[in-house]
Write a new protein. Sequence first.
Length: 51
Amino acid sequence: MKRKSILLLSILILAIFLTGCSTGGVVTPATDEAKVKSVIQNYFLAINDQN
């Protein structure tokens, strides 16, 4: 009985951990790519405005 309760408790803790990790802070490569393109574009716009 004690072994079953320990197994059940570990499965529940694992499920809670996996659920917590999958929500919120996931950053997709598409958003990173868009941010990099925006920074590069703004950089070249600033360079062109100096001249």
